[in-house]
Design a protein around this ligand. Structure first.
Ligand code: UDP
Length: 164
């Protein structure tokens, strides 16, 4: 095409989205969350998995010692989850915005159309996880998808994408 105008290739960002065990346990909620992801993102990878307790402890090591840590670790290794690598512009903040606040009370009353506001059960059983920064997206994608070589993948297949 013409080379006169500005290039407006969008820079897409990758992030990790996880549907937690409470939501995977309910087929209708799982389907509703999946549809929301399909409508809002390009799905790059998707997998169903379950954690052992040690995976849970390792992933949430930064929360060790917090009052909710044991409960969180047990919950996250209590049943199957579904994880996605998803892409769009500003994927990290977009998915965090769709999820809503961490705590169910705030999610219900301050952000009632958010996913956690609609489907969250408790502060722990709050349906979804999303990376909160570029660094955590990188770390967490590698944690859930160790076989996914983000840098190589972006270089080889999708030069317009970046992890950031
Ligand atoms: N969590 C909890 N009680 C709390 C705060 C957090 O059980 O008071 C759980 C909850 O499942 C949350 C996870 O710990 O999603 C990680 O907490 P974080 O503060 O990182 O919140 P998030 O980034 O998931 O919104």
């Amino acid at each position: 095409g013409s080379s006169t105008g500005m290039r407006c290739a969008k820079t897409l960002q990758l992030t990790l989205a996880v549907i937690k065990p409470d939501a995977v346990a309910h087929p209708l909620i799982l389907e509703a969350l999946h549809q929301k992801i399909v409508e809002n993102f390009i799905i790059i990878r998707k997998k169903d998995l379950a954690w052992r307790r040690v995976d849970s402890e390792r992933f949430y090591a930064e929360h060790a010692g917090r009052f909710f840590y044991q409960r969180l670790v047990e919950f996250m290794s209590s049943g199957p989850m579904r994880a996605y690598i998803i892409a769009r512009e500003d994927a990290i903040t977009h998915w965090r915005g769709m999820m809503g606040p961490t705590k169910v009370f705030r999610a219900r009353y301050a952000s009632s159309d958010s996913l956690r506001g609609q489907y969250g059960l408790t502060d722990t059983r709050n349906t979804t996880h999303g990376s909160d920064s570029i660094e955590s997206a990188r770390r967490e994608i590698a944690f859930f998808f160790p076989e996914f070589l983000a840098d190589e993948w972006m270089k080889r297949e999708e030069p317009g994408f970046r992890l950031g």
